[in-house]
Design a protein around this ligand. Structure first.
Ligand SMILES: [Zn+2]
Length: 398
């Protein structure tokens, strides 16, 4: 009989689709509850771990919950029911349900969390609002007597230098002449003390991840025949990592009034209501968006020339400040701007699971984890009910 999938298989699968290395530094992604060696027959995919989604996991016999939002975001000092996160983690552990989070590593992906909003608005020339910087890299340049070049290259490659994409041992060399004069106290591998020596050397260049600098330099010193090894470490300018990044910015095919865009979002997103800051009749062309809580990208949206920014969870002062700079905003809610991204996550995981021969059932949650359950039009202020409301109650108000 075939071995069942393990929790670790699904951790690796999620990392292959949405690398943990892509997550923001402050984020808490990965396995939060569970034993990597436990078997998995059903995986429940959801936005949030709540009492309702955990109950759904229990009902459906899921051994793993894959949630977008981290269950354990702030460190717990105890695992008791005293806190919401503690109660949920304890319940998951008791029910033998592992909990895995893929958060900003999904946000920055292609497609990522914001793309359903982009598609709904029909934006063109779309790019990330905050591109994910590629990992810092360094170029090592060293000078090696020619007959030792192959051995030094092997040692450097073994320590993590010279990897470019799917290629390792990537290097460049050019032959030249090195000169040196050893002092009386020197112990030269070649040449005579007190004399000027000329040696046929190769200038050897490789790139390496910045964090591999120490082991690579140690490997260089070990493999190089000279007492004093000449080398340069040159930090390389950062580049965007293949179009990944938080948020999106793009242009509408034709300029459109905010009112119409708000109506389209209200129709296409699972929002109970959405809020518009700015003149509803204003016509805009460039739109930035960030699914979820995108307040931290307000400046990036403005710097990208966005006339409208669509996100969730905007607070009073940040909204006032951004409005004063001339940018309009639509707050369509945290849940409503993220939940539409889950089907693409499900498709991608399903495809990669098939490729890897994993067989657990992947089940999208049927629970809506939108905390806001209703709205009421104000009787104090005259005016229209919230734009795009599906509810007729407010329309008769004076
Ligand atoms: Zn979120």
């Amino acid at each position: 009989m075939r071995e069942p999938d393990r929790v670790s298989d699904w951790v690796a699968l999620v990392d292959a689709c949405y690398p943990v290395a892509d997550a923001e530094e402050w984020d808490a992604v990965g396995l939060h509850v569970g034993d990597p060696g436990d078997p998995v027959g059903t995986v429940l995919l959801c936005l949030d771990v709540t009492p309702e989604t955990l109950a759904e996991a229990e009902r459906s016999g899921a051994e793993l919950v894959l949630a977008h939002h981290p269950l354990l975001f702030r460190p717990l000092s105890r695992l008791t029911p005293d806190t919401a996160a503690g109660a949920l983690a304890l319940r998951a552990a008791r029910s033998r349900i592992a909990v895995l989070a893929a958060h900003t590593n999904v946000d920055v992906a292609e497609p990522g969390t914001t793309d359903p909003v982009v598609d709904l608005l029909g934006l063109r020339d779309v790019r990330p609002l905050a591109p994910t910087p590629a990992a810092a890299r360094v170029k090592l340049v060293t000078f090696v007597p020619s007959e030792h070049t192959a051995a030094v290259l092997t040692a450097l490659a073994g320590a993590g230098a010279g990897v470019i994409g799917e290629y390792d041992h990537c290097s460049f060399r050019v032959a030249g002449t090195g000169t040196f004069r050893p002092s009386a106290a020197a112990r030269p591998a070649l040449g005579r003390r007190g004399e000027l020596n000329e040696v046929a050397e190769d200038r050897l260049e490789l790139v390496l991840p910045a964090e591999a600098t120490r082991p690579v330099v140690e490997a260089l010193r070990d493999a190089h025949p000279y007492e004093e090894v000449a080398y340069d470490l040159v930090p390389l300018a950062p580049e965007a990592a293949g179009g990944k990044g938080l948020g999106r910015v793009g242009d509408l095919a034709r300029p459109q009034p905010l009112r119409g865009l708000a109506a389209r979002l209200a129709e296409g997103l699972p929002s109970r209501f959405l809020r518009l800051a700015g003149d509803p009749d204003r016509v805009v062309r460039r739109v930035a968006a960030c699914g979820g809580a995108g307040e931290s990208l307000l400046d990036a949206a403005r710097d990208a020339g966005a006339e409208l920014y669509v996100t969730g969870d905007l607070r009073h002062h940040a909204t006032l400040d951004a409005l004063a700079t001339g940018m309009a905003m639509i707050d369509a809610g945290h849940y409503a701007t993220e939940a539409p991204a889950l089907p693409a996550v499900e498709r991608r995981l399903r495809m990669e699971a098939g490729r890897r021969g994993l067989r657990a059932r992947l089940l999208p949650s049927a629970e809506r984890t939108e905390p806001w359950s209703d709205w009421a039009a104000s009787a104090v202020l005259e005016g229209e009910p919230p734009a795009g409301s599906a509810d007729d109650e407010g329309k008769g108000a004076p």
